[in-house]
Design a binder for this molecule. Structure first.
Ligand code: SF4
Length: 338
């Protein structure tokens, strides 16, 4: 149990959590929607400050970030808990147990231990990921500050449903984010995710204004968000509000958690979605979770040749130094270091 930040006291010992856009009102002894923040005698506390449920060294491509220091390693960790309740959750064993009343499990960690593990493993960055990092904000913030002191970059893999205050606190600490855009109708967010679309759209635009490198991921689910009009609306939003240089990752759905009544996304649907993204003017559209597909490498917008060749999550060639196309030398959008 650790004191939470970003909350305010209400009458009768209640507290309002201001960490995400649910803004839960939490009575004494109760937990918020994410079930990892609890009101103890009128004080809001977090149950996950010192509990990592998963820690791994990953290629940064696995986040997925394809234009952010390609080929580098990132120390990835997450606690249990999520502020969304998506029926299709692909990471439900970490994200959903607290909401189902189960134990908040994990190994004991400190920010110092996590940053030391990253340095030891020659990682260039920390990634706050796996579940939803917003709900382990205090651990993320302290770790990110320490990581920055040690010369590491900070990556957030998020559903984008944090509060404006949370984003303000993270503004200067985070370098890059992969943000889910799960669908483009308020109804989907409310019914399937138990959240709202509007805060996600606003936060995406604000992250761009903060100067974070942004890549967007959409899990394409048969019958739920795979209509051409909806995909075109998403692609237009990304192009118009975030910029045509923003990579869009179209990820293949597999039946999981509570959504087991439909098949994996057909390859043809992903191909159609890819075309829709390109027709909207997006320079970089990728297909994920579909081994061997044709849209995993980066094609240079200037010359049409392969600029970064990948096999799965491994970079096998490119880019040229400084993030330039291997063929024509044009600069690629992204953050590439020296
Ligand atoms: S993080 Fe969000 S879901 Fe969790 S208690 Fe705070 S406002 Fe509620």
């Amino acid at each position: 149990m650790h004191p939470a930040r970003l909350w305010k006291p209400l009458k009768n010992g209640a507290a309002q959590c201001r960490l995400c856009s649910h803004f839960c009102r939490i009575g004494p002894g109760e937990r918020g929607i994410c079930a990892v923040r609890v009101n103890v005698d009128g004080e809001l506390c977090t149950l996950v400050y010192d509990r990592a449920a998963a820690i791994n060294v990953d290629p940064v491509e696995k986040k997925p970030l394809y234009h952010f220091h390609p080929g580098s390693r990132t120390l990835s960790f997450g606690t249990m808990g999520c502020n969304l309740g998506c029926s299709f959750c692909q990471n439900w064993s970490l994200a959903q147990p607290p909401r189902e009343g189960r134990q908040v499990a994990g190994q004991e960690v400190t920010p110092g231990m996590l940053v030391a593990a990253a340095v030891e493993a020659s990682c260039g960055s920390m990634s706050y990921t796996y579940s939803e990092p917003t709900v382990f904000f205090e651990l993320m913030r302290d770790t990110a500050a320490l990581a920055r002191e040690r010369g590491l970059l900070n990556i957030m893999v998020t559903n984008g449903f944090m509060s404006p205050e949370c984003l303000t606190e993270l503004a200067t600490l985070i370098d890059a984010a992969n943000v889910d855009l799960k669908a483009f109708t308020p109804e989907f967010y409310e019914r399937v995710c138990q959240a709202r679309l509007d805060p996600v759209k606003k936060n995406l635009a604000r992250m761009r204004d903060l100067g974070w490198w942004i890549e967007v991921t959409t899990l394409v689910i048969p019958g739920l968000n795979d209509g051409p009009e909806e995909l075109a609306a998403m692609a237009a939003f990304i192009a118009d509000e975030l910029g045509t240089e923003t990579p869009w990752h179209l990820s293949r759905f597999h039946p999981d958690y509570k959504l087991t009544d439909r098949p994996p996304t057909p390859a043809a649907t992903l191909e159609t979605a890819w075309k829709i993204g390109r027709e909207a003017g997006l320079d970089f559209v990728y297909v994920g979770n579909l081994p061997g597909n044709a849209h995993n490498s980066t094609v240079c917008p200037a010359c049409g040749q392969t600029a970064i060749a990948r096999s799965g999550f491994s970079v096998v060639d490119g880019p040229a130094p400084g993030g330039k196309c291997m063929s024509c030398g044009a600069g690629l959008a992204g953050r590439f270091g020296d």
